[in-house]
Design a binder for this molecule. Structure first.
Ligand SMILES: Cc1ncc(COP(=O)(O)O)c(C=O)c1O
Length: 405
């Protein structure tokens, strides 16, 4: 990253390694020609490995929200009963999309900062069945970016299957997949959605969506309107190495390079690197005296939220940090002005987290926040070491990312 660029530590878009930047400036190819066919086929193979699935994986030209809309409109009909399980702003959005297209949505909300409870989900499905409205689909969030929580997705999916074996499980994995282990097939997830600007280290522009056999069967009956997001059209065109509409060719070039880098690092190493960065961020904030927002047991390894101390104006702190070369995110929705969020997903290393914490410490002190000085970086480094074994192993993980860049 050039020295004059601020460190972007928001939960997406995430910083682009140099090789991925370069890939974005390549000359165009014919999207109905052999170069594009080879490109999309290679990318889909890589994505299937990342999603841990044999299901179809389709690539849409839109942000993550478009992928969520595709998950809804391809598999449901107006009037279908749907259970929208929400733990924050993005869970609310997923449920709102379904309502907007006419689904009969029951919301199951957890307090922001907490994870969804599998037993509660199971009870809610039983209640819907008893009321004669068994859910046609359950909407789940993998990683809730507005609060910094990673849901126990495997347990949630198992709870859904116990209560309603044939229900569709539609998953918003926009900000988790590719950084935190997720098993599409082993957990029997029907539709899983992610977005290019998160863990994948590429710019915004693509939603990647996996679709199970159960979901394809539902699609044949589903009557919600769809055109641009018609997944059956995407599947038909993918069979000949194309997309139905003009694809985001540059972002696909970049995703191709990114998948190569990620596979060279190895998925297990990537998950460990994110756990180490998450632990380091939490330990550093905690040591400075920030109160962490999320239930520690489910704290996200891609995004950490912390309460702003009373009387602290986020716009003042955010501006101060930016002037020092660090960009963090504020709160969303009802948490706007009350929390700050640190993104640590995609091309991120432990050393970058330590550097960010140092800037945060100086910037917070500069705007008059009463924080503990001189302890955060050590605490964070120790927390990362506890994950990666020794400092030298942390360095190895950092190096792996640097050398693939
Ligand atoms: C969990 C989650 N879901 C959905 C979205 C929406 O994605 P997009 O902003 O790409 O439409 C985001 C983006 O931050 C997200 O973090």
């Amino acid at each position: 990253m050039p020295a004059n660029e601020p460190q972007l530590r928001i939960p997406g878009p995430t910083p682009l390694p140099d090789a991925i930047r370069d890939a974005g400036s390549r000359q165009m190819v014919n999207h109905r020609g052999p170069e594009f066919k080879a490109l999309i086929e290679r990318v889909v193979v890589g994505l299937k490995r990342a999603f841990r699935t044999e299901n179809d994986v389709l690539i849409l030209g839109c942000s993550g929200t478009g992928g969520l809309e595709a998950a809804v409109v391809n598999h449901l009909s107006p009037g279908d009963a749907v259970l929208g399980v929400s733990i924050g702003s993005f869970g609310d959005r997923f449920a709102r999309i379904a309502s907007r297209y006419g689904a009969d949505v029951t919301k199951l909300d957890a307090e922001w900062g907490r994870a969804s409870d599998p037993a509660e989900v199971e009870r809610e499905i039983e209640a819907m069945k008893a009321a004669g409205r068994p859910p046609k689909a359950v909407l789940l969030t993998f990683n809730e970016t507005s609060t910094g929580i990673t849901n126990p997705l495997r347990e949630l999916a198992a709870a859904v299957r116990r209560a309603a074996p044939d229900t569709l499980i539609l998953v918003d994995a926009v900000s988790g997949l590719g950084a935190v282990a997720l098993e599409t097939d082993a957990w029997d997830l029907d539709v899983v959605v992610t977005g290019s600007q998160k863990s994948w280290m590429v710019p915004p522009g693509l939603a990647m969506v996996s679709v199970s056999k159960r979901a394809w069967a539902a699609a044949e009956q589903a009557e919600m309107p769809r055109f641009y997001f018609d997944l059956a059209a995407h599947r038909t065109f993918l069979e000949k190495g194309e997309t139905p509409w003009t694809p985001m060719i540059s972002v696909l070039f970049q995703l191709d390079v990114a998948l190569g880098m990620l596979e060279r690092e190895g998925w297990e190493a990537i998950y460990q690197r994110h756990i180490a960065c998450g632990e380091a961020t939490r330990a550093g904030l905690d040591a400075m005296g920030f109160r962490l927002f999320a239930d520690r047991r489910y704290a996200s390894d891609t995004c950490t939220a912390a309460w702003l101390p009373d009387g602290v104006d986020w716009s003042v702190l955010g501006k101060e940090l930016r002037s020092r070369g660090l960009v963090l995110a504020g709160g969303q929705g009802k948490m706007a002005g009350r929390i700050l969020r640190v993104g640590h997903l995609g091309a991120v290393t432990v050393d970058e987290i330590l550097a960010a914490l140092e800037i945060l410490e100086d910037g917070a002190a500069a705007v008059g926040i009463d924080i503990k000085r001189g302890v955060a970086v050590d605490a964070a480094a120790r927390a990362a070491e506890a994950v990666l074994g020794t400092r030298s192993r942390a360095a190895v993980a950092d190096e792996a990312l640097a050398t693939t860049a």
